[in-house]
Write a protein that binds this ligand. Structure first.
Ligand code: PLP
Length: 360
């Protein structure tokens, strides 16, 4: 067996330790004689899995008691609708558009109310984060929406926008658990777990309790009401049980690494190796304004499309997978999530240096 260095943006690399543990428990989970895939979500065994997972993410993120943690389905994209359906009491919301995901979220919200784009970086292909220190926040806005880390373009909010007291809603799909956060600054933090936390099929939404009400838009399906899931402890219907189990293992792994402070340090170290090289290289260059660079997704180009294709092909042959940039931007992108070892980034840079020598 040989594992590659997987730089996929998502679904993405998971800690090898977690995969090995899951493999060892595949046929017989802790003496139950069955796999977690095969057991009732109402069993006491699964109850313990989901409760432990919740306790561990609460501990890792220091989630205050007045927030609920929901394990949902439908991908991050389903939240694009659930957020307005549950939060748009005045039917007005402000969106900061820093990439395709925020743009899609804004477009979906337009189905339910008035959407104001209060800042955007579309003028420069989303290669920066706009100044959000003094925005014209709508007086009756129900919330202000951001995509905190832009998976496709490789930008990250280093400071949260000043929402002038309005509820902040953040899609953190691609920076989930990559560094400590102050949960109390947000009304809703949510993400699909397949980028940095677990397998596809689970969405974690951390929501301040006062935002979880029966006062939702007319016609909101039962399954799309946060309150349905909050009241049932994420067990209103069959949850994505196996995915939650893997997320729980990743939470334990993160705690073993020293928690989010330690993982942030490691993520900074990894990103620095790659960005430092991109800054000195005569062949490759990063596409993002340095101050807004993501620690998770690193897009880069050679400036020559044929050379980009050659690089991706030769990298793949050398065991570096999924380096092709998103179809909307081209070039390359290395996603270096929590589970990517430092060694993977070091080896990639070595490979890039050799490629530069040969092709410059
Ligand atoms: C991948 C991604 C999404 C979409 O996730 P799905 O689970 O496929 O719906 C949304 N937002 C961000 C930031 C992402 O990276």
């Amino acid at each position: 067996m040989s594992r590659v260095y997987n730089f996929s943006a998502g679904p993405a690399v998971l800690p090898e330790e977690v995969l090995k543990e899951a493999a060892a428990e595949m046929l017989d989970y802790k003496g139950c004689g069955m796999s977690v895939m095969e057991m009732s979500h109402r069993s006491s065994v699964f109850q313990e899995i989901i409760e432990t997972a919740e306790a561990d993410i609460r501990d890792l993120m220091q989630i205050p008691d007045n927030y609920k943690v929901l394990f949902l389905q439908g991908g991050a994209s389903q939240q694009f609708a659930m957020i307005p359906m549950n939060l748009m009491k005045n039917k007005v919301a402000d969106y900061i558009v820093t990439g395709q995901w925020a743009k899609k979220a804004a477009k979906e919200a337009e189905k339910y109310g008035e959407v104001h784009v209060v800042a955007s970086s579309e003028d420069k292909t989303f290669s920066y984060i706009p100044d959000c220190s003094d925005l014209e926040i709508s007086e009756d806005a129900d919330y202000v929406y951001i995509c905190e880390n832009n998976t496709i373009y490789g930008t990250k909010f280093k400071e949260l926008p000043d929402t002038k007291g309005k509820t902040l809603v953040a899609d953190v799909s691609s920076c989930f658990l990559s560094e400590p956060v102050d949960v109390s600054k947000y009304g809703v933090i949510y993400g699909g777990v397949q980028k940095n936390v677990g397998p596809a099929g689970v969405v974690i939404a951390i929501i301040r309790e006062d935002l979880i009400t029966d006062d939702v838009l007319d016609g909101t399906p039962t399954m799309l009401k946060y309150k349905t899931h909050a009241d049932a402890g994420s067990l209103y219907n069959t949850p994505p049980a196996y995915g939650i189990y893997i997320c729980g293992k990743v939470f334990k792994w993160l705690k073993k690494q020293g928690g989010l402070e330690a993982i942030k340090e490691r993520n900074e170290k990894k990103a620095k190796i790659l960005y430092d090289y991109l800054d000195e290289s005569k062949l490759f260059k990063g596409t993002v304004v340095p101050k807004d660079r993501s620690l998770m997704n690193v897009p880069f180009i050679t400036g020559n499309k044929e050379l980009d294709v050659k690089f991706v092909k030769e990298a793949k042959e050398a065991g570096f997978e999924n380096l092709k940039g998103h179809r909307s931007v081209g070039g390359m992108r290395a996603s270096i999530y929590n589970a990517m070892p430092v060694e993977g980034v070091e080896k990639l840079v070595e490979f890039m240096k050799a490629f530069e020598k040969e092709n410059l």
